[in-house]
Write a new protein. Structure first.
Length: 302
């Protein structure tokens, strides 16, 4: 069976045969290891077969969750992911990644330590706005532990992904793929001192070509894109942590607290402090109780 057919088979299975049971929305606040490489993308993972014992931060506490077939969880961008490969299982991953949709099927044999990730079947398609909208709805539900709300959204996402695969429009082309490499690099390194020459030099490209690609595909300059990444991360930290504004400015790559406050106000329309007051979120995202979800507290980090 070809790679594309395996992806389609999995998407159809999720829609029509798999009983979607429990949904988890980790908050990422517990025991974060500073060395972790936090992904700048949302990732929806669905267990298709077997058992996956996964560490998650739920309600501000680190827990080990026993995931079984039909369980699914959304790892939001900049939230750490444990990625356990010890138990035998199969899972499917849907990732709106930059300008394209990445669909991946993983078959884990068990008792393995993978670095990098294990072999997989994958397809890249164009990314419809409807998929991003569905992800936003899934992340914003007031009761994410209610399968009557989450399961239809997940099936809809699987259906939209299937339609994209069937269109046969692969996300390809030399210039667009070069841009995605540049975009990925920026989204992983925006907190570092980063300019056009740095990005261009890393990929051995001419700086003017880098600028051209960002203008063409992102609709903005490279520097504006870097600033947008920094502001987006700052909003996450302001709403989800108690970190001081000065610390957030440093972690997001701004030159200093005063400059950060000025730029944040210019872009967000309010000061960082007022943004935090208006958007403060408690630990946990209203996860179901540990007893109901068969989870246990864990003292080990990722």
């Amino acid at each position: 069976m070809e790679m594309k057919d395996k992806i389609l088979e999995s998407l159809e299975f999720i829609q029509k045969k798999l009983e979607l049971k429990r949904f988890f929305l980790p908050d990422g606040s517990a025991n974060i290891d500073e060395s972790l490489n936090l992904q700048p993308y949302d990732r929806l993972l669905i267990v298709l077969e077997g058992v996956k014992n996964e560490q998650m931060s739920l309600g501000g506490k680190l827990r080990t969750v026993r995931l079984e077939a039909g369980d699914y969880y959304l790892i939001r961008k900049h939230i750490w992911e444990h990625a356990s490969f010890h138990d035998r299982h199969k899972f499917f991953c849907i990732i709106p990644r930059g300008g394209y949709l990445r669909l991946v099927l993983y078959q884990i044999r068990g008792n393995q330590t993978h670095s990098p990730w294990p072999e997989n079947e994958w397809v890249h398609t164009t990314l419809p706005e409807s998929v991003e909208t569905a992800f936003s709805l899934l992340k914003s539900l007031e009761n994410p532990d209610d399968p009557l709300l989450t399961a239809p959204l997940v099936r809809m996402i699987a259906r939209l992904a299937e339609l994209e695969v069937r269109k046969g429009l692969s996300y390809s082309g030399k210039s667009v793929m070069t841009f995605e490499k540049l975009r990925n690099f920026v989204e992983f390194h925006f907190a570092e001192p980063l300019g056009r020459e740095d990005v261009a030099g890393y990929f051995h490209l001419h700086p003017s070509y880098v600028s051209q690609l960002f203008r063409q595909y992102a609709g903005r300059s490279l520097q504006d894109y870097i600033t947008a990444c920094r502001i987006a991360r700052a909003k996450d930290l302001l709403s989800g942590t108690d970190a001081p504004v000065k610390q957030i400015a440093e972690e997001c790559g701004f030159g200093g607290e005063v400059y950060f406050i000025r730029r944040f106000r210019e872009i967000a329309g309010v000061s960082p402090g007022r943004y935090r007051l208006a958007n403060r979120t408690p630990h946990g995202d209203k996860a179901a109780s540990p007893e109901a979800l068969r989870v246990t507290d864990s003292s080990a980090g990722k």
